[in-house]
Design a protein around this ligand. Sequence first.
Ligand code: ZN
Length: 218
Amino acid sequence: MMNKDTALVVFSGGQDSTTCLFWAKREFKKVYALSFLYGQKHQKEVELAKEIARKADVAFEVKDVSFIGQLGHNSLTDASMTMDKEKPADSFPNTFVPGRNLFFLSIAAVYAREHGINHLVTGVSQTDFSGYPDCRDAFIKSLNVTLNLAMDEQFVLHTPLMWRDKAETWALADELGILELIRNETLTCYNGIPGDGCGCCPACQLRREGLEKFLAMK
Ligand code: ZN
């Protein structure tokens, strides 16, 4: 029996998934947060995620799926690789972890099923998808159908950020009353520095440009 009042958020402790966590708290009676260790160089993001989940008063769990980072080469899990500063014209940036959202959401769905949860929330965005194909709406809709067929369940995948750019994601954080928490306590930076981050990696640039745009239109 699925509980219609409960949602599971795929949660990394970054800007996007933290915004989704508080969005889920507004939309559902009970919220769970699930984080993954996927061999990322900066595992302290999981400690920060745990702390944010504690403040948000949501159940928190971590699953170790480190093998997915080793299946394909990428600069988020391989310390010997230099991170692409921008997307190459003819391929993905090497920060792309192939299959990451496919694995995360599939595992989250099995976990959710075990806990009687049918609402799954993820912070992917097609608007600011950095060239990652598994952040696009068509993938999420396709996976939603696949998960339902795979387990004969009625999962609903929620993507509150799908059509928001970073400035609009900041605006949602403001609307949810968590602007300062997002600014100071989340970790988006590829170099593992919380808050405003290193300032120069692609994730920091996207985050900062969005913040500046949001503050200018506020
Ligand atoms: Zn950075």
